[in-house]
Write a protein that binds this ligand. Sequence first.
Ligand code: PMP
Length: 406
Amino acid sequence: MALLDKYAPLAEQYRRLEEAGANPFNVPFDEVLSPTEAVIGGRKTLLLGTNNYLGLTYDPAVIEAANTATSAMGTGTTGSRIANGSYGGHKQLEAALADFYGRRHGMVFSTGYQANLGIISALAGKGDHLLLDADSHASIYDGSRLGYAQVTRFRHNSPDDLANRLRRLADEPGDKIVIVEGIYSMLGDTAPLREFAAVKREYGACLVVDEAHSLGVLGATGRGLAEQAGIEADVDFIVGTFSKSLAGVGGFAVTDMEGADILRVVSRPYMFTASLPPGVIAATEAALHQLRTRPALRASLNANALRLYRGLEKLGFALGPEPSPVVSAIMPSPEAAFGFWAALLKAGLYTNVSLPPATPKGLALLRSSVSAAHSPAQIDQAIALFAAIGRELGLLTGESVLAAAK
Ligand code: PMP
């Protein structure tokens, strides 16, 4: 028991949420009905807090691919990629990802979290320098600890701050590796990638872009922010996940770097874990095919994102700086976020609560995410519920209280 005493203040908060029957961090879905609806606590609920950006979790072709592969190859590989866990499907998916990105190498990991751990820790060892955006995802921070490199954080989305820090490191030995994200998962803002790419070129650094939230969302063919910004040639490694637009689980990295296959035998998060089951691999390849051949999904997603963003903005909510499939309302306090979240759920709308340290600037966020599968009527229904509960809780009276928290 004493071992866990260090968590006492947090445990007390957690207990109170559980007691109130409204713990956003422990919500079982009784049934999932579609990409946009589930039964939660016995009530049919509109889902506005999943990462199912393209709504492909129930796509017939994706489900069939999963079923066929499972029937043919079994439920799991029971082994690592470097032992008995590399099947033809893993290789085929790596080739499909490399082809999609126009790169020579593709590498599949068991989660997106592990893709970041595996790439970052293998690229940046002792004596090297990692330069991380201050708002980086936990997997990027955790990966940077794993490799024993020296870690420097630069101001969020600030190419000038990155340039200053690279300048100071110019005479230091070791490789310099810069990591940024396409769309940031907490506030839905995008990185100024053209400017980051220019800094990277000037200082001869390596650039890694995590497109977890931008794959299938941005770019002329859905490859992400680097494609949209026209700087793919400056990105040395693209990292991403299968758990959002690709509707499954897993992660990947693609690169043109000569000799990249060596990462397969030095990247511990790739080597020392079991590989993805054949059904997941086949489903992911089928989802990638849908992503590539149905640009209308991306168009619906972005239209829904804009509809939700503009709707909440008009109501007076303080939001992230730009429309994106992640639409976060900034709450005045964690308590307000919990209260708002619980009231929305009671009214039949599921969203997410995000709190520090996961959020930037200590913000308490009520975080929504949009899917291509939402109908405009569902988005409008969500906006109406935000309006009703915002007023009920006194958060939308007169000039927005929330704006003060921005
Ligand atoms: N990178 C970013 C930016 C993410 O937001 C996430 C997941 N939220 C991940 C990586 C990890 O992805 P996965 O869920 O596949 O482990």
